[in-house]
Every structure is written in structure tokens, then in C-alpha cells.
Design a protein around this ligand. Structure first.
Ligand code: DX5
Ligand code: ZN
Length: 214
């Protein structure tokens, strides 16, 4: 399992220390949550922080943009060092164009679905994606409870990916711990995001290793 710890739950006063921990852990990617206070009811951090985080890691930055009209920021996301740019389906009027722009800037493209958005909305874009990020909570905050209905969506997405020959990885974000993560793995997830389950654990490295072994 690819594990992408979310630094939203890191200790911002000790971000360098937490990044060193991640660097020495089984984490494969680093998940960066950008929130604008409009698309979601919370504000997190922006491109300067992502750029700084990138200086502390050799691992790919998996950037999740919870902002309106994310297509306006493709250049800035690339310049901040992102390897993967995740945009919300619900935030893009011209999703196909945004995905093209992401590819033209040299990044991998991910599309994110809110809990109420059906997997079938991806039918005509799935072949162009390297990643689909399924939200298993309503985006905006760490530490929320996993929405059970997500498991069914993972199975549906697995079927869509396999039927179309898409190379998209299936990533799940929100309320992931060893128990909910195991259910996602069984349903067909490739990547798990975890915030609280990592950074609030007494041994964060062990928590990451447990998820990576799923
Ligand atoms: C939620 C963010 C998540 C969040 C996950 O809006 O997209 O990435 O950090 O945190 P946990 O794992 O605590 O639910
Ligand atoms: Zn996220």
C-alpha cells in the first residue's frame, strides 16, 4: 500500500522534525492539503509552505487542492514542487482542460470526488488520469470519521478503472486508520492518506508501517 501522510495534522512549530520522521518512515508520498476558506470552510496553507516542505523530503508531493477554480494555479503548484496535482471534480467547470494543463506542466493529474459525487462522473475522463482521490470525509478538517459508503465507491471505481484499462491509482482520504484502511485495501484502494492516525499516534513511524503493510 502506498501511504501518503497528510501534513495538515503535523506540528507546524516542528515541521522540520516531522518531515525528518516522514523521510525515515515507510511513507511513499507526502500529502499537502491546500484550503481556501471558500471551497471548504477552513484555511490551511499555500505554496510557500509546500515549497519549504519539498526541501525536507525526497518523496513525491501529493498536493490536494480544496480551492475554487484550481486550474488558475497549475503553474504555481508546479513551481512549488508538486509531483501530483489533485483538483476537485466539483471545483472545475472545464475539468478536461485543467487535466491537460496539469500534464503540460509535467505533473501527474488527480481528480478528487466529494462523498456525494458519484464515481460515474469520471467515466469520460478516467483514461486521462494518473490518480483518483476519493474523499471518505467531507473535506476541510482532519480527524473526522470515515464515511462507510466510501467502501462501495472504491469497489465501483476499481471496476471502472479495470474495465477501461485506465492507469489511475485509487487514493482514499479521510478517517483512515488501520481498521478503515484495511477495508479500503480489500475494496481496491492503492493509496491511503492519513493525518491524525499518523501524527496523533504515540509512534508515528509504526502507524505508517502498519498502513503500508495493508
Ligand atoms: C481533509 C483532508 C485530509 C485530512 C485527513 O479535508 O483532505 O487530507 O488531512 O486527515 P485525517 O486522516 O485525520 O482524516
Ligand atoms: Zn487531503
Amino acid at each position: 500500500m502506498i501511504v501518503s501522510p497528510s501534513i495538515l495534522s503535523a506540528d507546524f512549530a516542528n515541521l522540520g522534525r516531522d518531515m525528518t520522521m516522514l523521510e525515515n518512515s515507510d511513507a511513499a508520498w507526502i500529502h499537502c492539503d491546500v484550503m481556501d476558506g471558500v471551497f471548504v470552510p477552513n484555511i490551511s496553507f499555500g505554496f510557500n509552505i509546500i515549497k519549504t516542505v519539498g526541501q525536507y523530503t525526497s518523496k513525491p508531493l501529493d498536493v490536494h487542492l480544496m480551492i475554487v477554480d484550481p486550474g488558475r494555479y497549475v503553474g504555481q503548484v508546479r513551481d512549488s514542487g508538486a509531483a501530483i496535482m489533485n483538483v476537485h471534480y466539483e471545483a472545475c467547470t472545464h475539468l478536461h482542460r485543467v487535466v491537460q494543463d496539469i500534464h503540460n506542466s509535467g505533473m501527474k493529474a488527480g481528480v478528487t470526488l466529494n462523498p456525494a459525487t458519484p464515481v460515474s462522473m469520471l467515466q469520460d475522463i478516467i483514461g486521462d488520469l494518473e490518480l483518483v482521490l476519493l474523499m471518505s470525509v467531507n473535506p476541510g478538517f482532519g480527524g473526522q470519521s470515515f464515511i462507510e459508503h466510501t467502501v462501495k465507491k472504491i469497489s465501483e471505481l476499481r471496476a471502472l478503472v479495470d474495465a477501461t484499462g485506465s492507469e489511475a491509482l485509487i487514493e482514499v482520504d479521510g478517517g483512515i486508520n488501520a481498521r478503515t484502511g484495511a477495508r479500503c485495501a480489500t475494496a481496491g484502494a492503492d493509496v491511503l492518506v492519513a493525518g491524525n492516525a499518523v501524527f496523533k499516534a504515540s509512534d508515528p513511524c509504526a502507524a505508517i508501517a502498519e498502513l503500508a503493510a495493508l
